[in-house]
Design a protein around this ligand. Structure first.
Ligand code: GRF
Length: 209
């Protein structure tokens, strides 16, 4: 059974969706860089081990990442799931977990990397928006996209409303992608990412209109 660690910094609604999904893999631990992250309560409620590793207590990014790395090794983790983890990871850490670490980002990557995605979508007047699950590479929000949840922006949307609507999609697609990884339906291989045994060239798209 695949052992999963979830890295969080905040509310952890994606963590909750993963817990509720009853994955084939086991969430063996949750790491937060913030001691007051609500996600920690969710983990405890579900009986999952937690570790608070505060970035502020380390002299630099590498030192912080090394402690996280050691914790992941201790838990014997196969897959690292970033769920609202608000730290940029060092190249060394990313390399160590290459092909074994995924993230969810609130935009249709490659569009709108970085912060304030909903605001930027509204300012541009885009018709479509959504979220992307992708492998994590050293370049921010640039690893191979595995799946996207797509919604249609309406005239009623504000930043908050869009954030809420995108969250609903996140809670649908993230557990699905993680489950596919757990069952081997999605595989990271030397030849590329395979989905149901075939090379994945474009992210799998889920629509919710
Ligand atoms: C999500 O919007 C996700 O896309 C981004 O951080 C947010 C985390 O939300 N990476 P939550 O903590 O899972 O509720």
């Amino acid at each position: 059974m695949i052992k999963i660690a979830v890295l969080v910094s905040g509310s952890g609604s994606n963590l909750q969706a993963l817990i509720d999904a009853n994955l084939s893999g086991q969430i063996v631990g949750v790491i937060s860089n913030k001691p007051d992250a609500y996600a920690l309560n969710r983990a405890k409620q579900a009986g999952i081990s937690t570790a608070v590793i505060e970035h502020k207590q380390y002299p630099n990014r590498e030192a912080f990442d090394d402690v996280m790395h050691q914790q992941l090794l201790e838990w014997d983790v196969d897959l690292v799931v970033l769920a609202g983890f608000m730290r940029i990871l060092s190249a060394k850490f990313v390399k160590a977990w290459e092909g074994k670490m995924v993230n969810i980002h609130p935009s249709l990557l490659p569009y709108y990397k970085g912060m304030h995605t909903h605001q930027r979508v509204l300012a541009t007047g885009d018709v479509f928006h959504g979220c992307t699950v992708h492998y994590v590479t050293a370049e921010l929000d640039a690893g191979q996209a595995l799946a996207q949840g797509v919604l249609k922006v309406t005239h009623k949307d504000t930043v908050d409303r869009l954030a809420q609507r995108v969250h609903v999609l996140e809670h649908l697609i993230y557990p699905q992608v993680v489950e596919w990884i757990c069952t081997g339906t999605l595989q990271h291989t030397e030849q590329g990412v395979l989905h149901r045994g075939r090379l994945l060239e474009e992210p799998i798209q889920f629509f919710k209109f």
